[in-house]
Each structure stands twice: as C-alpha cells, then as structure tokens.
Design a protein around this ligand. Structure first.
Ligand code: ATP
Length: 229
C-alpha cells in the first residue's frame, strides 16, 4: 500500500521552475532517500509534501488518509528551531500538547520517544547544551510525537560531525520498524546504508527512481558526474 502518491508536482518561484513535473509513490514501511546535489529542489519538494508551501501544479494524495495528509506526516526541517531554554523532555511534552495531545498522553509519549531516540541521559538538560547529533535526535522525536505514518527528514545528517552522523543514521535504521521514512541527502552512501529506494532529483527533474541498487547499476557513472561520495 502506498502511503503517499505524488503526481505532476511543480513549484515555480517567479521565473525559477524549482521542481518540474515530478511523480512518484512512497510504499508503506519503506525507506526512500531523496537524493540530489545542492539546489536540485529537495527542500522545495519536501516542503510541498509537508504542506509548508503550496505547489504551483500537481497533486499529493494519501490513499489511506485522504482527509488528513498533514496529520499523517511528521516533518523535520533542514534547520529546525528549538526552544533552547527548555529541557529535551519539556520540549517534547510541549510539542505533544501543541499538537493537541492531553498532558498525560504527551508525557507518556515523550518517555517512549526519549527511549527510542536514546536521549535518556540528556532528557533533563537544556536543549541549548545539546550536541548537534542530540538536537537532531530530539527533532526526530518531535516529528514522531503524534505517531505519523510517514516521517520526512530534510538533510538530517548533513550538518553533523562523523560521530553524530553515525548516531542519527543508526537511529533511522531503527525507526524503519516504526514508520515509513523519506529523507533527503546529497550523499549516496548515507542513502544506501538505510534505504531501499531512491528518488534522484537534478535541477528540479526527477531523473531516476526505484530500488537503489538498480538505479546505481543503470547510472554507474552518475556518482562521478555529480560528485557524490
Ligand atoms: P540544498 O541541498 O542546497 O538545500 P535543495 O536541493 O534543497 O538544495 P531547494 O532549496 O529546493 O534545493 O532549491 C531549489 C532551487 O529553487 C534553487 O535554485 C533555489 O535557489 C531556488 N529557491 C528555493 N527557494 C526559493 C525561494 N523562496 N525563492 C526563489 N527561489 C528559491
């Protein structure tokens, strides 16, 4: 069953056509990497899926949740904003409450998520004292607070040092058991470690999609051409 079906999606910013007529489906339970170099249109695509910006044309459908696409998605933007004076635990409870949960439910879900993302030790520390990797794990927990069917993560490891990167990639592997994942990156190696499927954007055009290994075999020269590592 597809959790999301995207058809002929486009985004124009004045004269710039940033995303050009892209169509794809996301299979439930799968991990899909949205791959592409800087400026390819990844953030624009993800922002449209998350309902943050309006497409210029095209459709986004959720066959299983036609009326509440936004509610079925958890989103971690590329530059997430946190209330740094709160502790991690306070921040997650607050996030649950503003998404409509009763306080006791938000507290229960927060404890589950703290264990899931491995923030037990830091949960009572102020978010402002967190490392980059801890902040990303907190952001992932926040995206999961309302048990979404799909989480969308915009370059969740790009700004991290190798240690933080490893931690977050390992967490994403674990999360595959919980939910469907779509995440963007410009590093093929990150995608290969956790995802089966890939969407390959280049200058706003979806030039490839499918199983990563098949796409790689078809485009074995692409890594060199586009400077992927
Ligand atoms: P990166 O890896 O650098 O984050 P990206 O693949 O996420 O890049 P986008 O941020 O979606 O790419 O940008 C796609 C294109 O659209 C770029 O040429 C960018 O300059 C342009 N663009 C993005 N947002 C706007 C905007 N608000 N107004 C005008 N042009 C924009």
């Amino acid at each position: 069953m597809n959790v999301l079906e995207v058809s002929s999606l486009e985004k124009r910013y004045k004269e710039k056509l940033a995303v050009k007529d892209i169509s794809f489906q996301l299979k439930g339970g799968a991990c899909t990497a949205l791959l592409g170099p800087n400026g390819a249109g990844k953030t624009t695509t993800l922002n449209m899926l998350a309902g943050l910006i309006k497409p210029t044309a095209g459709k986004i459908m959720a066959p299983d949740s036609p009326d509440d696409i936004r509610e079925m998605i958890g989103y971690l933007p590329q530059y997430p904003a946190f209330f740094e004076w709160m502790t991690g635990k306070e921040f997650l409870i607050f996030s649950g409450e503003i998404s409509g949960m009763k306080k006791e439910n938000a507290e229960r879900r927060t404890e589950e998520l703290i264990a899931l993302v491995g923030l037990e030790e830091g949960k009572n520390r102020k978010v402002g004292q967190y490392s980059g990797g801890m902040k990303q794990r907190l952001g992932i927990a926040q995206a999961l607070i309302h048990k979404p069917k799909l989480i969308i993560l915009d370059e969740p490891v790009s700004a991290l040092d190798p240690f933080g990167r490893r931690e977050v990639l390992d967490l994403l592997k674990t999360l595959k058991k919980e939910t469907t994942i779509l995440f963007s990156t410009h590093i093929l190696n990150d995608a290969e470690q956790i995802c089966e499927d890939v969407l390959f954007l280049h200058e706003g055009v979806l030039i490839e999609q499918g199983a990563i290994q098949e796409v790689k075999a078809r485009h074995h020269k692409l890594r060199l051409t586009l400077h992927f590592n």
